[in-house]
Design a protein around this ligand. Structure first.
Ligand SMILES: *Cc1c(COP(=O)(O)O)cnc(C)c1O
Length: 232
């Protein structure tokens, strides 16, 4: 087995174990391979090891890989910052966007989604740890934004996404994930029908799964450490 294939297997095993421990089915948790900074060849290797969902954070870098991997059936997810002049490239090339945090951007994505494609699947990014440096809508603004976005025809609002402040302590890791789950529950009580909690990365996905994560976004544990200097 290649390193990527064996890393993927280890991640899948750890997801299974975390799900069992939480009394959940591993099939309820979708594994997104976060491939930013890694080459198209690395993605191809992961694909041949059974991985079909990939996430990218930079539009131009992603477009290069999408073009290079046209022969594969990949579901592409966008998880990076959204500049309005990149909205068209995003809606033409991705199935999902996890990082929507403003109505203006959501409206633009909806308007520009090509009509021959199904609606763009979106999550609202929530600034759950309330760090000023992080993107995401603040928890008290989630409800108004979610209800507005749910009305846009080119989008299907699926749920919430968060990148909490890093912590090494399992119990501390669970707190922001629990808060995100409660926010999702509130939205559903208000009549929305949301089924997605996009939460958990390489260092904290077990805690996220314990709190109900349905999509984990994992890069380092699959591909190794990122080297931003050699970004492709
Ligand atoms: C890079 C990134 C990830 C993956 O992080 P790892 O720690 O490498 O697993 C997940 N989510 C977002 C939003 C990212 O930018």
């Amino acid at each position: 087995m290649t390193t990527i294939a064996s890393n993927l297997q280890a991640v899948r095993d750890a997801i299974d174990a975390a799900a069992v421990k939480a009394g959940r089915f591993a099939s309820e948790v979708k594994l997104l391979a976060v491939s930013k900074t890694f080459s198209a060849d690395a993605l191809r290797e992961a694909y041949h090891a059974g991985q079909t969902c990939f996430a990218e954070s930079y539009v131009q870098e992603a477009l290069n890989k999408i073009a290079a991997l046209q022969d594969l059936t990949i579901e592409w997810h966008y998880i990076g910052p959204i500049q309005s002049n990149k909205a068209r490239a995003i809606v033409e090339n991705f199935s999902w966007v996890h990082s929507v945090d403003r109505l203006k951007i959501a409206e633009r994505l909806s308007e520009q989604r090509p009509t021959h494609l199904p609606p763009l699947q979106v999550c609202l990014q929530v600034n759950i740890s309330m760090e000023t440096s992080k993107s995401g809508v603040s928890p008290d603004e989630v409800s108004a934004l979610a209800h507005a976005i749910a009305k846009l025809p080119g989008l299907t609002l699926r749920g919430l996404m968060a990148v909490p402040a890093p912590s090494d302590d399992g119990a501390a890791q669970r707190l922001p994930f629990m808060q995100l789950r409660k926010l999702l529950d509130q939205l559903n009580q208000q009549g929305l029908q949301l089924d997605t909690l996009s939460m958990g990365m390489s260092h904290d996905f077990a805690a996220a799964i314990a709190e109900g994560s349905t999509i984990v976004r994992i890069g380092t544990a699959i591909f190794g450490n990122r080297n931003y200097g050699e970004k492709k």
